[in-house]
Write a protein that binds this ligand. Structure first.
Ligand code: TRP
Ligand code: SF4
Length: 404
């Protein structure tokens, strides 16, 4: 059993619902591409989650899964840095979901806001199902299965992450207590050696008596460095710091993206269903056409009416794509009616086309080579399964399912 450094481990997931657009790119994928060099990253295409909502129309799932995989790779998520895989190819997600269901109070699930919200938003879908009620629990299993400490998500997912934390806490509380835990922890402290033991005790006291979070962090760092004690003892001492038993499933924390939200072509939120998206694989001609057709400041009816960028849906895109100097000139041209809207859109069209070119070249490579794509996903599933199995071994043992 290896000790996982959960603070350095990232897991995130995306539901396969077709091709990705610029909103996904700026809001999520660019941050994943960065994270993959800083953390041990697992990125999961959650096809079972798609089923919880779309069980009535399953014909397109596999195409959507492949599309999302191509788009991730196109955006620069790299199989040599991160583990990319399909949820249903790692059946351990289902086993952990089942085992955690034993300790998940119905009331916790019913109170997660998305349960009621989605039923109201999608009335034709019959979402009063066992599977959909369990959506947050399946998500918790996705995360806890890898003992990932860091979960990059959007603000809409915070309630789900909080739920995962509660489930982990409950699990650790119920099963992290081995007989004689305190005695074993105290024995483990002595094995640290006198100096380190004193330091550990002081930090633990500072955290437990004064709530000093920095002391907790320092103590964790101290434990991480220790090479002379066993992994079991190390886990005990991690758990003992916080007062409880062993931390079997570490509580994950959300990592919110600080990227500004990319507006859609109509100024609303960019989304596939909104019909206002530029997709990563839109051709240059489509990009041009979509931006040319964008509405602008409604007060600017004629070419010689002065405009106001603050009222124009195109402007927020300039704020992302266009350098400050050009922006000053465009703003000046707009408010003085010195330029027309198509003049203003020109540099934007070019910037988006230029940004997408390398992505599309990569996407074309993968599309031309479905074998390669499949092998990347198979290899990802294999790597993910190896990690998942280790967690499940511990979980089964903690639950008394030990038949060796
Ligand atoms: N529910 C998430 C969403 O709709 C997708 C998801 C499933 C996920 N499992 C996850 C996100 C695990 C982060 C971690 O966006
Ligand atoms: Fe919008 Fe540019 Fe037209 Fe002004 S000139 S209204 S900012 S598109």
């Amino acid at each position: 059993m290896s000790l996982v450094d959960s603070e350095r481990r990232v897991l995130s997931g995306m539901r396969p619902s077709g091709r990705l657009h610029l909103g996904h790119y700026h809001g999520v994928l660019k941050s994943w591409v960065k994270l993959q060099h800083e953390y041990e990253c697992f990125f999961c295409i959650v096809d079972w989650h798609a089923l919880t909502i779309n069980y009535q129309e399953v014909g397109q799932i596999s195409q959507h899964v492949m599309d999302i995989a191509v788009d991730w790779l196109a955006a620069g998520v790299s199989p040599s840095s991160a583990t990319l895989f399909i949820q249903s190819q790692v059946p351990e997600h289902a086993e952990l979901h089942l085992l955690l269901s034993m300790i998940s109070p119905l009331s916790w699930l019913e109170r997660v806001p998305s349960y009621k919200e989605q039923q109201d938003r999608l009335p034709g879908r019959e979402l009063a199902t066992y599977g959909f009620l369990g959506y947050p629990l399946l998500q918790a299993a996705d995360i806890l299965l890898y003992r990932a400490g860091v979960v990059p998500v959007g603000a809409d997912q915070l309630a789900h992450i909080e739920f995962a934390r509660e489930v982990a806490r409950r699990f650790n509380h119920l099963y992290g207590r081995e007989p004689g835990f305190e005695l074993k922890a105290e024995a483990a402290i002595r094995k640290l050696g006198k100096k380190t033991a004193t330091l550990y005790n002081n930090l633990r006291r500072a955290y437990q008596q004064q709530g000093d979070v920095e002391a907790l962090e320092t103590a964790r760092a101290l434990l991480k460095e220790q090479q002379s004690i066993t992994i079991g003892d190390k886990e005990r001492l991690f758990g003992y710091l916080e007062g409880g038993g062993k931390v079997l499933l570490p509580e994950p924390r959300p990592l919110l993206s600080d990227a500004p939200r990319l507006p859609g072509l109509d100024g609303g939120k960019m989304s596939k269903s909104g019909g206002n998206a530029i997709f990563l694989r839109d051709s240059s001609a489509e990009v041009e056409e979509k931006i040319r057709r964008m509405p602008t400041d409604p007060a600017r009816v004629h070419r010689d009416d002065p405009g106001n960028p603050a009222r124009c849906p195109v402007w927020p895109l300039h704020e992302i794509y266009t350098g400050a100097e050009t922006r000053v000139a465009l703003q000046q041209g707009c408010t003085s009616a010195g330029i027309g809207c198509l003049d203003c859109k020109g540099p934007l069209i070019e910037a988006v086309q230029k940004e997408l070119q390398p992505l599309q070249a990569r996407a074309a490579d993968y599309q031309a080579n479905p074998e390669l794509l499949r092998s990347i996903l198979a290899e990802g599933a294999e790597r993910a399964r190896n990690e998942a199995r280790e967690t499940l071994t511990e979980v089964r043992l903690a639950l008394g399912l030990n038949y060796r």
